[in-house]
Design a binder for this molecule. Structure first.
Ligand SMILES: Cc1ncc(COP(=O)(O)O)c(C=O)c1O
Length: 277
């Protein structure tokens, strides 16, 4: 839309802590703002954004609130009414479901106002030679034969998480994150990026002597899967003036013993790359 019709994109700055800088938000969020879009939880720094507060501020100026919940729904109890957002999106493969399937929740009155973005079977109500009418929400947006197998798979994942209960999932992760941060901080020179008080279990870190990609390769051979790179967040990497980070992310199936394995594997990688202590 910025390229086609000149919509202006403005960005909320990020503090060194890894939280959103909200002190001057009223300069960005004016009556001209149409959409406020942000993540529920950062996939890089783990920061949990204050969704309810941001939604209230956006609604005061009449903007629509779109939340990327790809890291929210899998890890936190989510009640869209309580959060007060207008749209909330998340992906199946980050919550033990299959790839290629996700959810976009939207307020029905907004969905009703929107045109279909795709044509196909099941979304049409009546077809005339010169015009068509569309089915009600959600069918209007579900053109063609759906991803049936993936949707059933995601449903099973949702059932499983609901059985565990999301407060219990979140509590387990808070516990693991505290242990992981404590143990990682004991490693000489290791720097954890992002120190937001409200945070989840995505932990990005830097080592002075081993590049993130080298680290992830060595860790992989030790049976530890981390992610290395810019995490689809290049502007954030530029803000911190770094090319990439190593990121460990913990979930409901992880155990404290696995954090010990991570720490030993990091030590082993550092030895390989000539770290002396
Ligand atoms: C916060 C966040 N948003 C969006 C995505 C992309 O999700 P998808 O691969 O389902 O498009 C990811 C991860 O890939 C993510 O962590």
């Amino acid at each position: 839309m910025a390229q086609q019709i000149g919509v202006k994109l403005k960005f909320i700055p990020v503090t060194d802590q890894g939280t959103l800088e909200l002190a001057d938000i009223h300069k960005l969020l004016t009556e001209r703002a149409k959409i406020l879009a942000f993540i529920h939880m950062s996939n890089v720094l783990g920061t949990i954004n204050p969704v309810r507060k941001l939604a209230q501020m956006a609604h005061e100026v009449g903007a629509v609130v779109v939340v990327d919940g790809a890291q929210g729904a899998p890890h936190l109890p989510v009640d869209v009414q309580q959060l007060g957002c207008d749209f909330y999106a998340f992906s199946g493969h980050k919550m033990m479901g299959p790839t290629g399937v996700g959810v976009l929740w939207g307020k029905v009155e907004l969905l009703d106002m929107m045109d279909p973005f795709l044509g196909g079977g099941e979304m049409i109500h009546e077809v005339w030679l010169g015009r068509s009418t569309y089915e009600e929400v959600p069918h209007k947006f579900e053109a063609g034969t759906p991803n049936i197998a993936q949707i059933i798979g995601l449903g099973a994942a949702v059932d499983y998480l609901r059985q565990l209960t999301m407060p219990a999932v979140a509590e387990h992760e808070v516990w693991l994150t505290r242990i992981a941060i404590e143990k990682l901080q004991q490693l000489d020179g290791l720097q954890i990026l992002g120190t937001a008080p409200e945070r989840g279990a995505a932990i990005s870190f830097l080592l002075p002597d081993v590049h993130a990609h080298d680290l992830s390769t060595v860790l992989d051979s030790e049976g530890v899967a981390i992610r290395a790179g810019h995490h689809c967040a290049q502007p954030l990497m530029r803000k911190f003036d770094i090319p990439s980070t190593a990121r460990a992310s913990l979930y409901v199936y992880n155990l404290p013993e696995e954090i010990d394995i991570l720490v030993s594997a990091i030590k082993k990688a550092r030895k390989m790359f000539g770290h002396v202590s």
